[in-house]
Design a protein around this ligand. Structure first.
Ligand code: FES
Ligand code: FES
Length: 162
């Protein structure tokens, strides 16, 4: 017999009341119960980072967090990055610097970079490379992702936060 529990998730500032089994991951819940399919599931065991979202500002692997653990946290996903029609500087920079090819890894990289840059706007290049190394991309060779994030960091430091 399925044991489901009712929880409220706060995602991009909006509350979602959902019924989930306690073992249901945040990634699956965001996609299937909240209809927020921008968060991708790749490896589903914490390796690739394609499911990265922000939880109270910290980048987390949504495939490693149970939805029930996300209650009470402010969750942010790629759907919340743009301000209406206005792209976030990171999104614009990924377009301008060709930071994606197939795009599967992109939501995870965007949320990872958003969390890192919001916490540490003046992050050193070495530390930025280290932070971004936690996510995998099978297409780009990483150089254009780095270029895009560096460009967005400069924009965000200049006060354009999207
Ligand atoms: Fe979560 Fe790969 S799907 S880390
Ligand atoms: Fe294809 Fe990164 S753009 S995996």
């Amino acid at each position: 017999m399925r044991h489901e529990t009712e929880i409220t998730l706060t995602v991009n500032g909006r509350d979602y009341e959902v019924r989930v089994e306690p073992r249901r991951t945040l990634a699956d819940t965001l996609r299937d119960e909240c209809g927020l399919t921008g968060t991708n599931s790749g490896c589903e065991h914490g390796i690739c980072g394609s499911c990265t979202v922000l939880a109270d500002g910290d980048p987390v692997r949504a495939c490693l967090m149970f939805a029930v653990q996300a209650q009470g946290k402010q969750i942010r996903t790629v759907e919340g990055l743009a301000d209406g029609d206005r792209l976030h500087p990171l999104q614009q920079a990924f377009i301008d610097h060709h930071g994606l090819q197939c795009g599967f890894c992109t939501p995870g990289f965007l949320m990872l970079a958003a969390g890192v840059l919001e916490r540490e706007p003046g992050i050193s290049d070495a530390d930025l490379r280290e932070a971004l190394s936690s996510n995998l991309c099978r297409c780009t060779g990483y150089q254009n992702i780095l270029k895009a994030v560096r460009a967005a960091a400069a924009q965000m430091r200049a006060g354009n936060r999207g």
